[in-house]
Design a binder for this molecule. Structure first.
Ligand code: NAP
Length: 485
């Protein structure tokens, strides 16, 4: 593919996208992006740093007034065109995504549609940025509010959803009238650059969308310290999120933080066990367990544990693990050999503390492949209870009472996604209200779509993406007080 790129780049772009131009790093340096399924080189990319990031920020600043001055309907049209062209190129985008990230092609196709849905949604929401007329404080005054774009926004995204994590930020930012400088993950930058190529093709004006990749520290330092940048929206680990929050303090930027999770999946004694297994399979093993909303801790009422585990093992052993480009594969490799090593360490820790490992399906030997595993006899002193696994390992804990289940579920500094299964409406309300999480799946294992607000509480972050609330993160409220009425 690297050879193709030099003659006919198509959607596979290898340079930074700044002010509507494709540019090399000032230093001429490059870095490699490899395929986790086999270690093959996919492409060599421009290794950008401070200078290119400053240029991108200045381009975004110059473009912002004209972009904000466009009517909502005009901005909506650009976004609608972007949605259309993304769906027209769904297959090529999905192939690039699978090559750099590893997830099965069918899942990658799903991610492109999921990511494009945010663009479609915010193309519609762009026309619904309303102000208010408020109650008057005295007879001679009238107070109104208008909502205006925050300005230049920096967007930093992870490797697990290289397309959708970015569209979920670009779409509301552009709808609101902001311009953006994006820094995708170094392991999966090609999907982001492909989005820039599509922005270019639909005529989004130069400087409105800019993308830089390369020296992570330098790019991050510039994005978080440059006073032109008014907002940072970050998706990634809680540790890096906290560090970037500190870096933003000196210029007091607006922040949106979509951070790590530690999702409980509670199965009460009245749950439909087949439905619950279906939910676990979707929320645990999608993307080989590498999603922030992945089930991390399965908690089953002790009276149904054996029946549930039996069904879970049947479903887990039926998974097919392999190269994401091959037909019928359910799980691809993890994103890197380092990621696999981390998952192995979680399993070793659990086994040393008494967990029982159930043999999973056949798995290729490559450095990045991690075998889907169910662990029973899991206990709260194991790392799998308190840390994000980010791999296809499913630990099963047990509980005796609703109170114990809720206490266990909330016993974490994270608060992103949670799930529970029960047929009792009264219990459903009480448990949903008691869970300290930004999102709760009730008899449902897939909870993310463009119409539902996505985000966490506690150390899982702040702000919401998607839904009509997703625009709020990119808008300032201004109050207008009219006197002498
Ligand atoms: P990560 O290490 O925090 O990286 C995320 C992004 O931050 C990458 O683009 C990374 O760049 C960048 N980054 C790292 N150090 C930086 C620095 N000093 N300055 C600026 N940027 C920096 O997280 P990850 O391992 O890629 O992603 C997995 C994490 O993301 C998990 O914790 C998961 O739960 C979380 N996540 C959360 C959500 C959500 O919506 N809440 C969604 C998806 C994932 P490089 O790639 O260049 O290092």
């Amino acid at each position: 593919m690297a050879d193709d790129a030099s003659t006919n780049p198509g959607l596979l772009r290898t340079q930074a996208y700044i002010n509507g131009n494709w540019v090399d790093a000032v230093s001429g340096e490059t870095f490699n992006v490899d395929n986790p399924a086999n270690g093959d080189l996919i492409a060599e990319l421009a290794y950008c740093g401070t200078d290119e990031t400053t240029a991108a920020i200045e381009a975004a600043e110059a473009a912002q007034p004209a972009w904000a001055a466009k009517t909502p309907k005009e901005r909506a049209k650009y976004l609608r065109d972007l949605f259309n062209i993304m769906m027209e190129n769904q297959q090529e985008l999905a192939r690039i995504l699978t090559l750099e990230q590893g997830k099965p092609l069918a899942e990658a196709m799903g991610e492109i549609a999921y990511g494009a849905n945010y663009i479609e949604w915010f193309s519609e929401e762009a026309k619904r940025i309303y102000g208010e007329v408020l109650t008057q404080p005295t007879g001679e005054k009238r107070v109104m509010t208008i909502r205006q774009p925050v300005g230049v926004a920096a967007l930093i995204t992870p490797w697990n959803f290289p397309n959708a994590m970015l569209t979920r930020k670009i779409a509301p930012a552009l709808a609101a009238g902001c311009t953006v400088v994006c820094k995708p993950a170094s392991e999966t930058p090609l999907s982001a650059l492909a989005i820039a190529e599509l922005c270019d093709r639909v005529g989004i004006p130069p400087g409105v969308v800019n993308i830089v990749v390369g020296n992570t520290r330098e790019i991050g330092a510039e994005l978080t310290s440059n006073p032109i940048v008014k907002k940072l929206s970050f998706t990634g680990s809680t540790g890096i999120g906290k560090m970037l929050t500190e870096q933003c303090a000196s210029t007091l930027k607006r922040l949106s933080m979509e951070l790590g999770g530690n999702a409980p999946f509670i199965i009460f004694e009245d749950a439909d066990l087949d439905l619950a297994v279906k939910g676990v399979m979707a929320s645990k093993f999608r993307n080989a367990g590498q999603t922030c909303v992945c089930t991390n801790r399965i908690m089953v009422h002790e009276s149904v544990k054996d029946a549930f585990v039996e069904k879970l093992l049947v479903a887990t052993n039926a998974l097919r693990v392999g190269n994401g480009l091959d037909d019928g594969v359910d799980l691809g490799p993890l994103v890197s050999a380092k990621a696999k090593k981390t998952v192995d360490e979680f399993v070793d820790d659990a086994v040393a503390k008494g967990a029982k490992v159930h043999e999973g399906p056949a798995t290729p030997n490559g450095a990045c492949y991690s075998k889907p595993l169910v662990l029973t006899e899991a206990t709260r002193d194991m790392r799998v209870f308190s840390e994000e696994i980010f791999g296809p390992v499913a630990p099963v804990f047990t509980f005796k009472t609703d109170e114990e289940a809720i206490q266990m579920a909330n016993d974490t500094e994270f608060g992103l996604a949670s799930y529970f299964y029960s047929k009792d409406v009264s219990r459903c309300w009480k448990v949903a209200e008691a869970l300290e999480y930004g999102m709760v799946g009730i008899n449902e294992g897939i909870i993310s779509n463009e119409m539902a607000p996505f985000g966490g509480v506690k150390e899982s972050g702040q702000g919401r993406e998607g839904s009509h609330h997703g625009l709020d993160d990119y808008l300032e409220i201004k109050s207008l007080t009219f006197g002498a009425i």
